[in-house]
Design a protein around this ligand. Structure first.
Ligand code: HEM
Length: 528
């Protein structure tokens, strides 16, 4: 006889398909009133429906991401070209996501701003996150990037200090340009990033019209186990648009969710945003001929020396159905690589790789990888068991349920066969705490300053002057010195701007108002 309790559609005579239930499956007969002694109360404590409803509500929020809390996401696919220039891409990587021409891999992308909370304005001067999860046949690959191609620091030990300086003051809870530049003035490697960030490149017009970059140096590994160093870049087919401070303020006055809405509405309208993925390659060595280290994330690899080669395209064609389940609970990390892709020795990358899954076990929970948005779209069979919120057992189809260990002769899980040769770099050196040799903190920052167009340079100077004006004089002097070392004109213009502002009424604010022109500005890719 069929066990009627197993029939998920079974219901009592009083229920229809529309009937509200609680999570125990009890039909809810009164969702308007708590149970009370008489109509005026007091309320009784055994009110299970009410307690379940309110205590679930009390737990609706999980901790925000400590950085990149404000974001928007979308689903789509990545299509591989199968080649690297004139060569088959398999010469450089055996990653299946790339090797077959025309192969489509599902993706989920989350765009974000960095510093402020989950509902902060999307017009703020801030790097933008560009995180892509590829659900490949070999399991997931996350490419966790930003819109800008470089970063503030090169050592992960500095990351909490960097973020604290940019986050609101712990006393006033207000972001303060003086705290930002107190830290930055003593962090010369940040000059390149600051030059981008305080120019219009620090406020992309929306998510569809911005670039993306992996920033850190990774490796590709081929069938023979040979590696090359690589950098990844996303180029929007929609073109690139950035905003002056004044343009951003005009948008913010009316709509502080404009980037989320822009993405959502474009996809709803069938105007699917698309990016092409470009990869730059360097041979896997220290490159003593360069004036920078290829593992330094504060540096660009200039296009004329290291060409951008397209390897595929990405289309976003589906909005999330539930923001919390898909966007808020999404968990990306730099450790999530597949066969044929590898880490480089970039220290910042290695520090990041610990941080992401660590914070996600705290933010989402120990079983965060079982959630549909994070789980790979292929079989998962592990010996990991239990933990808070375990949703199902990751058991293999033929696995003996008594055997949750390996090795075993009793039908336990077995190791996979290795595809291709291992990449086995030889590493030696003295254990030490030291910076890389070729720091060259100012060279590329000066070059970026000179490559900006006139309106971008004007806006950069204005934004820097407005933010530095209320800062302590020692900080101003230090910053003028740094900018002068990037380019004498750069330092001179900031100095002159600050002298003009002396005595003027300057509010403490990190961004300042700018005199730009009212239209949005299309940007060229700066030749990088
Ligand atoms: C998010 C750490 C550098 C891009 C995060 C989160 C942490 C973190 C803890 C929150 C993750 C979560 O709650 O799910 C670090 C550390 C860094 C670093 C320790 C340096 C040592 C970078 C760099 C980039 C970057 C260089 C750009 C290439 C992102 C993005 C997100 C993020 C895009 C948001 C991911 C999402 O949408 O869920 N980072 N980060 N981070 N980080 Fe980093």
């Amino acid at each position: 006889m069929k066990d009627q309790n197993q029939d998920p559609n079974k219901r009592s005579d009083n229920e229809t398909d529309e009937t509200l239930t609680n999570r125990q499956g009890h039909p809810v007969t009164n969702n308007q009133h708590v149970r009370t002694v008489g109509d005026r109360g007091p309320t009784t404590l055994e009110n299970y429906d009410f307690l379940e409803k309110i205590s679930h509500f009390d737990r609706e929020r999980i901790p925000e991401r400590v950085v990149h809390a404000r974001g928007a996401g979308a689903h789509g696919y990545f299509e591989s070209y199968g080649t690297y220039g004139d060569e088959p891409i398999s010469k450089y990587t055996r990653a299946k996501v790339f090797t077959e021409k025309g192969k489509q891999t599902p993706v989920f992308v989350r765009f974000s701003s960095v510093i402020h909370g989950g509902h902060s304005p999307e017009t703020l001067r801030d790097p933008r996150g560009f995180a892509v999860k590829f659900y490949t046949e070999d399991g997931n690959w996350d490419l966790v990037g930003n819109n800008l191609k470089i970063f503030f620091i090169r050592d992960p030990l500095k990351f909490p200090d960097l973020v604290h300086a940019f986050k609101p003051d712990p006393v006033t809870n207000v972001q303060d340009g003086e705290r930002i530049f107190d830290f930055i003035s003593q962090t010369p490697e940040a000059m390149h990033m600051i030059t981008f960030l305080f120019s219009p490149w620090g406020i992309p017009a929306n998510y569809r019209m911005m670039q993306g970059s992996g920033v850190n140096t990774y490796k590709w590994v081929n069938e023979e186990g040979n590696a090359v160093l690589v950098k990844y870049h996303w180029e929007p087919k929609q073109g690139i648009k950035n905003l002056t401070q004044k343009e951003a303020e005009a948008i913010q006055a009316k709509n502080f969710n404009h980037a989320t809405l822009d993405l959502y509405e474009a996809i709803e309208d069938g105007d699917y945003p698309e990016w092409e993925l470009y990869v730059q390659i360097m041979s896997d060595d220290a490159h003593p001929e360069l004036d920078f280290d290829p593992l330094d994330p504060t540096k660009l690899w200039y296009k004329d020396q290291f060409p951008w080669v397209p390897v595929g395209r990405m289309v976003l064609n589906k909005n999330p159905e539930n923001y919390f389940a898909e966007v808020e609970q999404a968990a990306f990390g730099t450790g999530v690589l597949v066969d044929g892709l590898d880490f480089s020795d970039d220290k910042l990358l290695q520090g990041r790789t610990f941080s992401y899954s660590d914070t996600q076990r705290y933010r989402v929970g120990a079983n965060y990888l079982q959630l549909p948005i994070n789980a790979p779209k292929k079989r998962v069979a592990t010996n990991q068991r239990d933990g808070q919120m375990e949703y199902h057992v990751d058991i293999g189809p033929k696995q003996n349920p008594h055997v949750n260990y390996e090795p075993s002769l009793l039908n336990g899980l077995k190791e996979a066969k290795q595809d291709g040769q291992d990449h086995t770099p030889y590493v030696e050196g003295e254990l030490q705490r030291a910076s890389i040799d070729r720091q060259n903190d100012y060279g590329q920052a000066g070059e970026t300053y000179r490559r900006l167009s006139d309106w971008e340079r004007d806006d950069l100077i204005l934004n820097l002057v407005n933010t530095l004006a209320p800062c302590h004089e020692d900080i101003q002097k230090q910053m003028i010195d740094h900018f002068s070392q990037c380019d004498p004109e750069y330092g001179r213009r900031v100095k002159e701007g600050l002298e003009k502002q002396k005595g003027a009424d300057t509010h403490r604010q990190p961004q300042g108002g700018a005199d730009g022109d009212a239209a949005m500005h299309a940007a060229e890719a700066l030749g990088h």
